[in-house]
Write a protein that binds this ligand. Structure first.
Ligand SMILES: [Fe+2]
Length: 169
């Protein structure tokens, strides 16, 4: 096995672990978004996409001949980040969640950009195709989050002001 191929497989495993962490993070966020239906709907859609992304990566790994048990190695690395993202925040969890999601999407974008280059270098057209498909979904999610961030912030601030008025009464 060439060294580039080892790296390709390693990065595929890392990407698979990353999507599993994304699933945990998005599920955690969803449970706190009852008051933000539009954001909740988009996150629910991306949760579906995330599960499909993980399964596409798993198919690539299976085809390349890796044991799925080997994927567990990479799982721990991102756990801390996902926990910090899905953890408890002081009142502004919807904003911390938006910040974390936008950051996480960009880590995913960078990961798939690396994977595409590595797959092309190894002549792995299917891995490149899957990575491009995942990349487009991550870019669409990052764009959506960015274009709705001001609106989410305004909604958060209005709700916070209303809660604070209610508390004074
Ligand atoms: Fe994503």
């Amino acid at each position: 096995m060439t060294q580039s191929r080892d790296w390709l497989i390693q990065w595929l495993r890392d990407a698979h672990a990353m999507e599993e962490q994304a699933e945990t993070m998005l599920s955690g966020q969803l449970s706190r978004l009852e008051s933000y239906p539009e954001l909740g709907d988009r996150i629910r859609q991306h949760l579906d996409e995330t599960r499909q992304q993980a399964s596409r990566l798993k198919s690539c790994l299976d085809r390349i001949g890796e044991e799925s048990s080997a994927m567990k190695d990479a799982g721990g690395k991102l756990t801390a980040m996902a926990q910090s993202i899905s953890g408890v925040f002081a009142g502004d969890e919807v904003m911390k969640g938006s910040l974390a999601s936008y950051t996480f999407e960009h880590m995913e974008i960078a990961s798939y950009t690396m994977l595409i280059a590595a797959a092309n270098a190894e002549g792995e057209a299917e891995v490149a195709r899957v990575s491009e498909q995942n990349l487009r979904e991550e870019e669409a999610m990052a764009d959506w989050l960015k274009s709705h961030l001001a609106e989410t912030t305004q909604m958060f601030l209005s709700r916070a002001a209303a809660d604070s008025d209610a508390a004074k009464r």
